[in-house]
Design a protein around this ligand. Structure first.
Ligand SMILES: *[C@@H]1O[C@H](CO)[C@@H](O)[C@H](O)[C@H]1NC(C)=O
Ligand SMILES: *[C@@H]1O[C@H](CO)[C@@H](O)[C@H](O)[C@H]1NC(C)=O
Length: 377
């Protein structure tokens, strides 16, 4: 190892510029000892213990492979960095099986896309340069779904908590577990589900219990009917943001946090640490998250996205994803399946999301709300 370092150094001295790039990989390659030290401190930091020596050896190989991948990426001048986050001892396949939804959101339900004129901008209206619902107290702390594929519950509950906070000024943390246990119409608890079904369940049930009363256990449980009857947060309906339109998504999130689905099946997403994510990814939606705002940094536009993988992933549990990309689906399909819950009174009471001559549209809104309520009877 020492000898090879000297050789690399010599090469670098001999060919300082022309071959610097070629040699970069070799130079940044961490030695086995260094990787081992990093693995040891990573184990302590994340409180990881493996059952067998074999398992530990296997995990170290994966860790080392990820470490090399991360170092190579981070030396490449990208707008986002990768890091040894909590998923650093998992292969892409393992990560995908454990943390994304096994059942991809199928296209039929994706296309069930009722357009709404609730949120729009008249010519002349100017959207804010940035919005961050965290600073307005509408978004609760980052949660951790653990090894249960119920991101759909975390995404929809996050949006419901937000609209309730916006209307009532109280941020009450609501129960994902209630959805996992009780919303069994189409969704399948830890085996995946649909954000629209989650909203439908909450509307039908007349509300949802608090997280404190009906706490998260990270596995499928039996529906607790007593707790299901407690309603600490409620909504009156939900709507889809017009599909594949980042402008429409922007207008929606100016008004309230939105439940969005994305394709998280990539090594870069798994190991994301910070920055504006523009890594390659598909549009096979396998994960649901909360869209909490947007902004611009160094000329690059981004979405603020709350994930449900704890604070040890990304930027304290958040990821900033590139906004207004050339593909209409948005980065990782973020504009494909976006929904927001409706709470009566918000649009009408709150001037902020209405055009200036709001009164003209109020009768129309009433008709729309009536239609929405009728469709849930
Ligand atoms: C991501 O952004 C960087 C610049 O910040 C650019 O060099 C790179 O080509 C972009 N990647 C993709 C996949 O668009
Ligand atoms: C996208 O949404 C915006 C805002 O609602 C609208 O003005 C625009 O026409 C939409 N674009 C497409 C292609 O539908």
């Amino acid at each position: 190892m020492k000898l090879s370092s000297i050789v690399v150094l010599l090469l670098f001295v001999l060919f300082p510029i022309s071959s610097a790039m070629d040699k970069y990989d070799e130079m940044t390659t961490t030695t086995n000892d260094e990787a081992n030290d990093m693995f040891m401190s990573w184990l302590v930091k994340h409180g990881k213990i493996y059952d067998t020596v074999e398992e530990k050896g296997k995990r170290f190989q994966i860790f080392k492979d990820n470490l090399e991948y991360i170092e190579q990426h981070n030396s490449g001048g990208h707008s986002y960095k990768l890091g040894l986050n909590k998923f650093a001892d998992l292969s892409l396949e393992e990560y995908r099986l454990l943390y994304t939804m096994p059942k991809k959101i199928n296209s039929k339900r994706k296309l069930n896309n009722v357009k709404s004129d609730r949120y729009f901008v008249r010519s002349g209206d100017v959207l804010p340069d940035s919005i961050d619902w965290r600073t307005k107290g509408a978004i609760g702390a980052v949660k951790d779904q653990g090894r249960c594929g119920c991101c759909w519950a975390f995404s929809s509950v996050g949006a419901v908590e937000a609209i309730n906070q916006i209307v009532t000024s109280d941020l009450i943390t609501l129960s994902e577990q209630e959805l996992v246990d009780c919303d069994t119409s189409y969704s399948q608890g830890c085996n995946g589900g649909y954000t629209n079904d989650a909203f439908e369940f909450i509307v039908r049930n007349g509300g949802i219990d608090s997280d404190i009363d009906y706490p998260y256990i990270g596995m499928d449980g039996i529906c607790n009917n007593n707790k299901k009857s407690k309603k600490r947060g409620s909504i009156d309906g939900y709507e889809h943001v017009p599909m594949n339109n980042e402008s429409a998504l922007q207008i929606a999130v100016v008004n309230q946090p939105v439940s969005v689905s994305i394709d998280s099946n990539s090594r870069d997403f798994q190991l994301y640490a910070s920055g504006i994510y523009n890594g390659s990814c598909g549009i096979e939606l396998d994960h649901a998250v909360v869209l909490g705002g947007y902004g611009t940094e160094d000329g690059k536009e981004y979405w603020i996205v709350r994930n449900s993988w704890g604070v040890e992933w990304g930027e304290q549990g958040y990821i900033r994803m590139e906004r207004n990309i050339k593909d209409e689906e948005g980065q990782c399909g973020i504009a494909m399946h976006a929904l927001y819950p409706i709470k009566n009174g918000y649009s009408i009471k709150n001037g902020l999301n209405l055009p200036k001559e709001a009164t003209v549209f109020v009768p129309f809104l009433f008709l729309f709300l009536l239609e929405v309520s009728l469709s849930f009877i």
